[in-house]
Write a protein that binds this ligand. Sequence first.
Ligand code: ADP
Ligand code: ZN
Length: 718
Amino acid sequence: MLEVKNYLCLMSTPEAILKEVFGYDEFRPKQKEIIDHILDKRDGLVLMPTGGGKSICFQIPGLMFEGLTLVISPLISLMKDQVEALKANGIAAAYYNSSLSSNEETDVRSLVESKSLKFLYVSPERLIGGGIPWLKDDDISFVAIDEAHCVSMWGHDFRPEYTQLKLIRERWSHCPFVAFTATADKVTRKDIVEQLGLRSPKTFVSSFDRKNLSLKVRPQMTQKEKLKEIISFINRRPHQAGIIYCLSRKETEALAANLATAGIDAEAYHAGFSSDVRSKVQEDFINDRTQVICATIAFGMGIDKSNVRWVMHYNMPKNIEGYYQEIGRAGRDGLPSDTVLYFSMKDIVMLSKFIEDSGQKELNKTKLDRMLQYAEATTCRRRVLLSYFGEYMKEDCGNCDICEHPPVSFDGTQLTQMALSAAVRTKEKVATVMLVNILRGSANSEVLANEYDKIKTYGVGKMVSFREWKHYIVQMLNQGLFELAYDEGFSLKVTKAAKEVLLGQKAIQLTKVPEEVPQDEIKAAKKRPSKAISENDVLFEKLRALRKRIASEAKVPPYQVFNDATLRDMVQIKPTNFERFLDVSGVGEFKANKYAHDFLAEIAGYLKTQKKPSDTFYKTLELFHKGLSPKQIAIDRDLQVTTIYSHLANLYIDGRLQTLEGLVEEDSIKLVRSVMPQIEEKSKLRPYYDALNEQVPYHEIRLALAYLEKTGELEVAQ
Ligand code: ADP
Ligand code: ZN
């Protein structure tokens, strides 16, 4: 069966394979271009963000070429995941790395020799130095290099074996080599092309914008406030998997324990655990058995889990690259996902200490500064983020906290002068907390011991809260008025630029500190879900549970059966037969054959519970299924025929009626669609009737609107 499919692909088109094998209707931006380029047998470099859809770009050409595609990948877990995903779509794939037993190695070899394999994933160390002697040059038709940034010495994932791939490029001059990475910077790009010896490669850069990720930053909160907010955030997202990145190992454990006490299913993960413990934690997360992971940045590389619904940073990340990669682990399936970044002055001090001890002090400090600028941004955060990667947006994103609650700025000259002058009067010897204590007139022992209560600015800033002061001082740092003296206990030094402010020659704008708990969170907590949403959620949960049962029997991660986006689409469509099941996004033929039976049964079971005998719609549906026309039903039920049509429209929208065929003409739908833009009250029938010169009867308009509502062309007001 596998061979038949593979053979058919040779004669197919990329579009047909996208639909039949992967179950998707359309290519994402750049995917088609990249595929065509590879089909022309040319070298290339593809830069796409995590979750952008790189795999399909090399998998579709791989299916269309005769012979074997080699995928070079640095991580065993990534290879395993991708091979499983290919197999789940009915494609013959295998991996070859140090985790295989010699029997398994033999199996892979015979699959290659009998030409029954389409994809072979190999680690670079296996491949170089004649590591796979039985692999014949002619067997290979295409080489894809995944995570190609590992070839670059500039990156943190540098893998020396990658640099020897150049020899292979020379040896297999007959096939295209295409490198893929989610790391965008220019130096890495150049390195990849040179180190791999790519031949006049074309570079494809897709947008690094991940529109489905919301961006939020929560500055200067105490541990307690943070914890409270995180618990309420998670409680509002039952069953939704998420990752919380912490700076220290100790913190991951403490946070996981605190969350567990609050009844949340959370585990810690860091490099200090044994590899057994680490793989168990990882496996439980991948398989939807653990909801939340509190981890250091050691977690996540090599995790392809597509249904991570949110990512948090419990502390400030070191740089934007790392931050973007980490939040990128959320929402790979394209569904809306949330990200929250917490940061405090303490994080900045801690990170600055690390930087002091690091090899590349200057570079790392600049990177931290850019990170801080992002965290303190007063314009659309996505703009700031993307401009870091050299991309410029035409409009604000509308999906970040700044867009949602634009910050309010005010003349902060006086506050700034207070802070600067207090710092000067301490001879620039104090760090942030002490400075705030002085400004607020705190009588703590350290203040008194140093006689800071005697200085002129003691207590002048009482009216501003401790939290607000910290926030303002970070803003002053960002504006270059203060500098942290790394080698003097992070005391605050007043810069040259600050002198003008102190002399009253320059005004300073500060932004108001955001509320402790943002209003939208409170609103979200109060809002009751509408009926339609909660019913769809019931079905979603049923399908999710079914997916988990199937996955655990097959010993694969649930998202490999179907991802969340596919389940959501299934809930929308509510298919009741095989053909309709194929319409669901992410359902290819192989998966349809395998899973349609179980999922259709679950959906049918759900729809049955929806059919209450007293339900007037249901009575209409029953008669309709018996073969009565709407007119006959109207007579039988003693109702107006327009009422019956309205029942049928509703039944179609809620999925109980599968098709409107025979009830409304295609042409009528087209006509209604054509006048829709000019109609103001889009859910009323009369305006359409008039606009179409009374040529389309009311009942057809009613059904046409139902059709357009289902396709999403008609937006219905809530
Ligand atoms: P990357 O390797 O770039 O991180 P993947 O290849 O894992 O991303 O793709 C991320 C997700 O997007 C996967 O669930 C994949 O099936 C899905 N996907 C890829 N291309 C499309 C498409 N054209 N339409 C819908 N979903 C897609
Ligand atoms: Zn924005």
